[in-house]
Design a protein around this ligand. Structure first.
Ligand code: 5AD
Ligand code: SF4
Length: 482
């Protein structure tokens, strides 16, 4: 029997999320479909973001929508009228943190019964999570996923007035929604989504199910967004997608590709272009050439390898080999002199032997990565790898992670040392975490620099002499004007 849990009841379905259809995705305009009313005037919102840059960008959209409704931001839980957790499902510990946080936030529902508590993002896209929320967390008022952020005004209105729980998760991705309001967090750096979803289906990964099929935005819409960011004074854009190199693959027009998009952006007045994340399979020579051609393409490439063992890569469904990855790195280094390369690596994948792990260490040695996000494999519900027999003990997994991190940390240090006593152009991000007299910013190679300076330089690009190289950052002195 189905219990009546509230309005719009719509649970996620793994079967539907796995489906792929080849038709092009329709685009709709937020302004034409969504009715904005002043339902948040006099009220405050608190938004907590977990996970990747995709979630950070989604949170900026939620902030934009909430502020269009009249809500004001607050970082005080007791002051908030709505608390939204924008969640991540990539590994089990990300999910556990959210369940823990919900347990802690329950107290505010007692002291402030009108508080709306919402769970958004990737976790609600999973059947098992929604079932757990419905059964064990009845005080959560609003549950919605990654495909329907644009309907937030309607959900809040229903939850506020109807006093009913709103649960709506779409398993099939709908349209691409353009012109959603945004309240960006940074004054000079902006996320720009270029595509959504992923069709790679790496066997360990939940993303193809939580984010749906690959859908590329129209090139004209992306260029128009960047154009207005330039006019607003932004210095840097980071193009976002689960696999940016697949940009345009879902479009009928074969001239639309990631390299073509970069070429168009190379000709604009934006000072810095970055992108994340790339997939080695789709990273082509045309893309390498266009990065090499334009000064505003930053010389840092994050290229997740996941493993250096061919047999593990095969089980992961990565569709490349250690040798082909190394050949790609070779081509990138040959064409983009001094490029900085970082990666993602998973250790303890179910079938990984000590010999497989040594292949990974050897690959790390050969590439000379200047940074990496390293993870222990985390089985995710309904993914193929979760069913593989896992014979590796936890202590062995932890030991492999430690051995890998020692090598990776040496790479961070080496990657910083090469800039000692050079001049670097640093985009000043803000004040350093430790002092309001020290500024922090990033070089073209994406190296963090701390330097003495005044807050009026935030958002500007300044020349800096690098005076010290540490493992995690550089120190420098500003030697000129923006
Ligand atoms: N377990 C551990 N790490 C994972 N990643 C993705 N799925 C898993 C998983 N199930 C890592 C990959 C990916 C990064 C974003 O997260 O390295 O590139
Ligand atoms: Fe996950 Fe693989 Fe897609 Fe990356 S490319 S989001 S790891 S399925």
């Amino acid at each position: 029997m189905t219990k009546d849990y509230g309005r719009y009841f719509n649970r996620p379905s793994h079967k539907k999320a796995r489906k792929r259809v080849s038709k092009e995705t329709a685009h709709i305009d937020f302004d034409k479909h969504i009715n904005i009313k002043n339902i948040g005037v006099g009220k405050h919102y608190l938004l907590q973001t977990y996970g990747c840059q995709g979630n950070e960008a989604d949170s900026e959209t939620m902030q934009g929508i909430l502020e269009a409704l009249g809500f004001k931001p607050t970082d005080k839980e007791e002051k908030a009228d709505i608390i939204i957790l924008n969640t991540c499902a990539i590994r089990e510990n990300a999910e556990n943190r959210v369940f823990g946080e919900l347990g802690r936030l329950k107290q505010y529902k007692t002291t402030k019964p009108d508080l709306l508590l919402a769970v958004a993002g990737c976790m609600p896209q999973e059947e098992s999570v929604v079932n757990r929320l419905l059964e064990k967390y009845p005080y959560v008022d609003l549950i919605f996923g990654t495909h329907n952020i644009y309907k937030l005004p309607e959900y809040i209105e229903t939850a506020l007035h109807g006093k009913e729980r709103v649960v709506e998760v779409f398993s099939e991705e709908g349209q691409i929604v353009e012109n959603m309001p945004k309240r960006r967090d940074h004054p000079a750096k902006a996320w720009v989504n270029i595509m959504f979803g992923c069709d790679e289906f790496c066997t360990y990964c939940v993303v193809p199910y939580t984010r749906g099929k690959e859908r590329s935005r129209a090139m004209g819409d992306i260029l128009a967004e960047v154009d207005s960011l330039i006019k607003e004074g932004y210095q840097e854009v980071t193009l976002l997608g689960q696999n940016v190199n697949a940009y345009g693959r879902d479009k009928a027009d074969s001239n639309i590709s990631f390299a073509a998009l970069l070429e168009a952006l190379g000709k604009t007045a934006i000072n810095r272009v970055r992108f994340t994340t790339s997939h080695p399979n789709d990273f082509d020579q045309a893309t390498i050439d266009v990065i090499a051609k334009y000064d505003n393409m930053m010389p840092h490439i994050h290229l997740p390898v996941q493993s250096g063992s061919d047999s593990v890569l095969k089980k992961m469904n990565r569709k490349y080999t250690k040798a082909s990855y190394l050949a790609l790195i070779e081509a990138i280094k040959a064409n983009i002199p001094g490029v900085s390369i970082t990666t993602d690596i998973i250790v303890g994948f179910p079938t990984e032997t000590e010999a497989d792990f040594l292949e990974t260490l050897d690959l790390v040695e050969q590439v000379d990565f200047e940074g990496a996000f390293t993870f222990v494999f985390s089985p995710r519900a309904n993914t193929p790898a979760a069913k593989y027999e896992d014979k590796i003990s936890l202590s062995e997994k932890k030991s492999r992670l430690k051995r890998l991190n020692e090598r990776i940390n040496a790479g961070y240090k080496k990657g910083h040392e090469r800039f000692y006593q050079t001049t670097q152009y640093v985009l000043v991000d803000g004040l350093s975490k430790k002092s309001d007299k020290i500024l922090a910013g990033y070089t073209p190679h994406n190296k963090l620099v701390n330097m003495p300076g005044e807050a009026d330089l935030i958002g500007k690009i300044v020349p800096v002499n690098i005076t010290e190289a540490k493992t995690w950052f550089l120190k420098g002195e500003i030697i000129g004007k923006p």
